[in-house]
Design a protein around this ligand. Structure first.
Ligand code: NAD
Length: 442
């Protein structure tokens, strides 16, 4: 069924969604807490407020973003008027992860709706309370044939992927991203894949170590390290290492107290399986801070690891938990050797006071996006594209780019009839020289 809505109706639907979300904000925060003790502050900052702001921004700009856009015509087609028409793809499937289970489900949904699509959203089964509230919110906000939530796990996702879609937007792991890409290829369905990777965090000898430690502890241990753009490992100039480790310890204690297990601001690991996976990565002799675990409580303390081998288990895959390996480097060649060992990461961070070094790092390595002298915050600017490259993802979104992601763009030339030059038409005899002259001139 073709379910095209005009801009006013899309806007109305989004205003309704905004209203329902605002009314249910406390329930959402509670669901996130029940799922993995996400601290309410983090839920407001990174989930509900973020979504509300995205919705308001979309509602404000929907007319502007959906407008037909004139572009400069090609002289070859003179006289013409050229323009781009955006249209919805049609039926969109969104598959969401559990780590920011509200935001990463609703934000793409908002843009897909704004662009005029029908949407089916499958939230993660690992955060069932949030999945239930997503279902409730969508049912209260949209007509069934416009937007639907289908709850379920792997089997449900596979059944959905077996159907034909006009666009698939997936956020999750690299391994499942490949499954999604294969399923999409069956019908040549365009995809956005928002995946993960091992995000380096480089600190040179000119960096403000105290501030770097504060900002890294925030970005790494927020959501108990279960953030796709959290720093995965530290690469620090070797002379700075011991000094920096002391700053890190101080900052962790300042943020979460002497016993982070008792801190209301430190989340839990989403489930036992992930807890066991993370515990298996900790080699006790390498622990320089933290290391405590409690499988029943799904608790892993903020943990610092002195890492001297890239062959360790910890340095094979994305960590996705509150364990931070610290690796030292002697020179830039060693930075390059370490980063190049891994697939292109989703994020990269560099802490330095040396502008040339920062520029060099940012332009030499390929990664999704990142920050100089901070972590994670590039996510918050709607004017920056957010997405990976290579194994960390395909495509990008946020702000207007999200709207464009869910829109097919048609390029149209409207040719005038008052002039019809003879040049392009056969017979071509004697026209080659004129053609060459025109093409050279252009
Ligand atoms: P995941 O890939 O295990 O699951 C994501 C979704 O895919 C879930 O809805 C799940 O039900 C579904 N799924 C799982 N196995 C499937 C299968 N075999 N076939 C079809 N569907 C399947 O990811 P996750 O554990 O929920 O999230 C963690 C990962 O997501 C990390 O790698 C993280 O870096 C990445 N991530 C990326 C971003 C980003 O914006 N780039 C954001 C958050 C998380």
């Amino acid at each position: 069924m073709n379910y095209k809505l005009n801009i006013s109706s899309r806007k109305e639907a989004l205003i309704k969604l905004l209203d329902v979300i605002i009314k249910h904000e406390n329930e959402i925060i509670q669901a996130l807490y029940d799922d993995f003790k996400k601290p309410p502050f983090e839920s407001i900052a990174t989930e509900t407020s973020y979504v509300i702001s995205e919705l308001k921004d979309t509602i404000k700009n929907i007319r502007k973003w959906s407008k037909i856009r004139r572009v400069f015509p090609s002289v070859l087609n003179f006289p013409s008027t050229d323009y781009i028409v955006k249209e919805p793809y049609g039926k969109v499937l969104i598959i969401a992860p559990w780590n920011y289970p509200f935001q990463l489900a609703i934000c793409p949904l908002v843009s897909a709706v704004a662009a005029g699509n029908q949407v089916v959203l499958k939230p993660s089964e690992l955060t069932p309370k949030t999945s239930a509230i997503l279902l409730k919110i969508v049912e209260k906000s949209f007509q069934h044939q416009h937007v639907r939530v289908i709850e379920g796990g792997v089997e449900t996702a596979q059944k959905l992927l077996a159907q034909r879609w006009d666009y698939i937007f997936f956020t999750g792991s690299v391994a499942v991203g490949k499954i999604v890409a294969k399923a999409a290829a069956e019908h040549l369905t365009p995809v956005t894949l928002e995946l993960g990777g091992k995000n380096p965090c480089i600190i040179d000898e000119t960096a403000n170590l105290k501030l770097a430690a504060r900002r890294i502890v925030w970005g790494k241990f927020m959501n108990a390290g279960q953030t796709c753009i959290a720093p995965d490992y530290i690469l620090i100039q070797e002379d700075m290492k011991s000094h920096f480790v002391e700053f890190l310890k101080t900052e962790i204690t300042k943020a979460y107290g002497k016993n982070p297990k008792k801190s209301p601001d430190f989340a839990r690991i989403v489930n036992e399986k992930n807890c066991i996976r993370l515990m298996s990565l900790i080699e006790p002799e390498k622990v320089i801070f933290g290391g405590e675990t409690d499988i029943e409580d799904h608790y892993i303390a903020p943990t610092l690891i002195e890492e001297n081998s890239l062959d360790s288990l910890l340095m094979q895959e994305e960590i996705f938990g509150p364990i931070l390996p610290i690796i030292s480097y002697r020179d830039e060649k060693e930075i390059s050797q370490t980063i190049s060992r891994y697939e292109k990461p989703l994020a990269l961070y560099v802490f330095t006071d040396d502008r040339k070094f920062a520029r060099k790092i940012v332009t030499t390595f390929t990664f999704g996006g990142g920050c100089v002298n901070d972590t994670v915050i590039h996510f918050t600017n709607k004017r920056l594209p957010f997405g990976g490259v290579g194994h960390s993802g395909i495509g990008a979104y946020h702000g207007q780019l999200s709207f464009d992601t869910f829109s097919h763009k048609k390029g149209i030339v409207k040719k005038a009839n008052w002039l019809d030059l003879d040049l392009r038409y056969a017979p071509y005899a004697n026209k080659i020289n004129i053609l060459k002259k025109i093409l050279n001139w252009l």
